[in-house]
Write a protein that binds this ligand. Structure first.
Ligand SMILES: Cc1ncc(C[n+]2csc(CCOP(=O)(O)OP(=O)(O)O)c2C)c(N)n1
Ligand SMILES: [Mg+2]
Length: 616
């Protein structure tokens, strides 16, 4: 007879989570690092009680905003290279829907997170319950259906035994390198509290290690043949290199073949910036070195990248008409993009086998040397724009220079939205793999501070430095208080250019009037003068304002020595961004307009469109 244990669905779910393990650096650790929770009637009695029972093995963390707590969970997984995950639970209605943005973020970035929103009563007896969205034509719809398009796996739990297959499927998705993404188990409130005789075998300990698919023999042979004939080969390293832990193998491959590498936002830090053949950032926010090679490359080995528009320069960067892309990716969806020759495999395994298949091949020396000198030239250009000046309003680039000089590369630096991602991609000199944490798949304002908290939970031994604009800060900053409460120190560098600087620049570049981006250009009775220092202090953080770059360096030094979350504020110039490097980005300009500037921008736009490849 099957041995069973009588538990509520919520108790069974939390017990199951405590039994999922993984191995990191040879040590067995729980796969789930904890559960973020904001309770309401939809989860406090059911899941809340169950989380209390397991609070020693599976810690619960309280946050101030559901979107933010899910961001923290996602950043935890990213910092752990997808090897560990967290869950996030909310009540029904607004609490649940607050997590939808984070679900989309995890979906785009292929990051695992287990979302456990409460849901309406499965028995429907008390309908409509507080916060229930009533659909006139469909009794099965609830607010949580919003999660469906942004979850890799979605299920609504309407019976307690349903979690047995649902959790098994959830685990597959969370741990599969190709399918990996958000899982939403929508937990009907009454079912959370309902008991069932669960088989004890359901709670057996399970160890999850990453699957590493090896290349198909035929795909490998084709890829090797193409690569061996390359005269101007280039590797594009994406986030998949980091998630696969393929940096060493990539280095070996590059040393053996002399093929230069460039990095996407997600792939930056795959190789250290010190690496002579790392051209660093590619694409719209790329270095002049990387983009020059990308324009000429005849074979592009795209490793672990989604090839998003910022990487491909809206598909106008890779200009060589005869080029071939080899798509080395664990996910066939990505491996075949832009008519690439697919090489479906784990990045590390793929590089090992491709390396063996092309053994003896060397990129032409002139190409490799050309790359090295392009990189050296770029470093000089970058040094110029990041050098300190005593301008009253420094540029973002100068702030980046100060942060790098003061805190070095041995930190985890994190950003997501605004002008900073572009400047950081171009100018930050990354250190070890994972030291550069960019959320640029969804580029979600408000990710930064909560994301930094998740990164710090994953790597408490590291200084976590958050680079954030005033717009993003104002959108979502409440987890500063959580970081103070949890004793998880963050250094937050806040660049105040008094508005949405990068969108204002984009507006000007597309012929638009300065309108509704900078505070001064927005409808107002009183021009805001926000006291960010007072704000940060009110949440419990240290905070100070730097009056100059030299001042900033001193403040950062104090922040480094402090064990409390510190916000260092500096006013910056909203109109400056780094002109060096970079590539066109397709942002559609109006075809007709009463503004001469728009018509002129449209002409320029039409010229650029001619460079965009259509058909491949
Ligand atoms: C949630 C969200 N809303 C809107 C946007 C569009 N957007 C991208 S950057 C930006 C402005 C960001 O302002 P700030 O953080 O001050 O950075 P700055 O552009 O000034 O460098 C906006 C509105 C976004 N990326 N995310
Ligand atoms: Mg701003």
């Amino acid at each position: 007879m099957t041995k069973t244990v009588r538990l509520t669905m919520a108790q069974a779910l939390t017990r199951y989570l405590t039994r999922q393990m993984t191995v990191i650096d040879g040590k067995m650790v729980p796969l789930f690092g904890g559960v973020w929770a904001i309770f309401g009637h939809g989860n406090v009695a059911g899941l809340g009680e169950a989380l209390y029972q397991v609070r020693e093995e599976l810690p619960t963390y309280r946050a101030h905003n559901e979107q933010a707590m899910a961001h923290a969970a996602i950043a935890f997984a990213k910092t752990n290279f997808r090897r560990r995950v967290m869950a996030a639970t909310s009540s029904i209605g607004p609490g649940a829907v607050n997590m939808v943005t984070a679900a989309a973020l995890a979906h785009v970035n292929r990051l695992p997170v287990l979302l456990l929103p409460g849901d309406v009563f499965a028995n429907r007896v008390p309908d409509p319950v507080l916060q229930q969205v009533e659909d006139f034509g469909d009794g099965t719809v609830s607010a949580n259906d919003c999660f469906r398009p942004v979850s890799r796996y979605f299920d609504r739990i309407t019976r307690p035994e349903q979690i047995i297959p649902a959790l098994a499927r959830a685990m597959q998705v969370l741990t599969d390198p190709a399918e990996c993404g958000p899982v939403t188990l929508s937990l009907c409130q009454d079912v959370q509290a309902e008991a069932y005789d669960y088989p004890e075998s359901f709670f057996a300990e399970r160890v999850w290690t990453p699957r590493r698919p090896r290349p198909d023999r035929d795909e490998l042979a084709v890829a090797a043949e193409v690569l061996q004939a390359a005269k101007k080969p280039l590797i594009v390293a994406g986030g998949g290199v980091l998630y696969s832990g393929a940096s060493e193998e990539l280095d070996r491959f590059v040393q053996a073949t002399g093929i230069p590498v460039c990095e996407t936002q997600g792939g930056k830090s795959a190789l250290s910036d010190e690496h002579g053949l790392n051209m660093a950032a590619v694409g719209v926010t790329g270095t002049a070195a990387a983009n020059r090679l990308a324009e000429e490359a005849d074979v592009v080995l795209a490793v672990g990248t989604r090839l998003q528009d910022f990487t491909t320069g809206s598909w106008a960067l890779f200009k060589n008409a005869g080029k071939t892309i080899i798509g080395l990716n664990v996910q066939s969806f990505d491996a075949g993009k832009h008519m690439a020759l697919p090489l479906v495999a784990d990045a590390r395994e793929g590089l090992i086998e491709l390396g063996a298949a092309v053994a003896g091949y060397k990129a032409p020396v002139t190409w490799t040397e050309n790359a090295k000198s392009a990189k050296a030239e770029w470093r000089k250009a970058a040094a110029k724009v990041t050098a300190a000046t005593n301008a009253t309003l420094p540029s973002d680039a100068q702030v980046i220079g100060a942060v790098q000089r003061t805190l070095g590369s041995d930190v985890i630096v994190l950003h997501a939205a605004g002008g900073l991602p572009g400047e950081m991609h171009k100018l930050w000199q990354a250190g070890e793999p994972g030291s550069y944490h960019s959320e640029y798949g969804f580029s979600c304002m408000g990710y930064e501070i909560a994301g930094g908290l998740g990164a710090k939970m994953a790597r408490p031994d590291k200084e976590v430095v958050i680079m954030i604009g005033d717009g993003s800060y104002l959108m979502l900053n409440s987890e500063i208080a959580t970081s103070v409460m949890l004793g998880l120190k963050l250094t937050i560098v806040l660049l105040d250019n008094r508005g949405y600087g990068c969108i204002n620049r984009l507006q000007m570049a597309t012929g638009g009037a300065n309108f509704n981006n900078l505070l001064r250009d927005s409808r107002h009775e009183i021009l805001p003068d926000i006291d960010f220092v007072a704000h940060a202090k009110s949440l419990g953080a240290n905070a100070e304002k730097a009056a100059s770059i030299a001042d900033l360096e001193a403040a950062l030094d104090r922040a480094r020595k402090s064990d409390r979350t510190t916000v260092v504020l500096i006013d910056t110039d909203p109109l400056i961004s780094t002109g060096e490097g970079g590539h066109w980005w397709d942002v559609a300009v109006p075809e007709v307009s009463a503004r001469a500037e728009v018509n002129a921008a449209r002409k320029g736009y039409e010229e650029k469109l001619k460079l965009q490849r259509v058909g491949d």
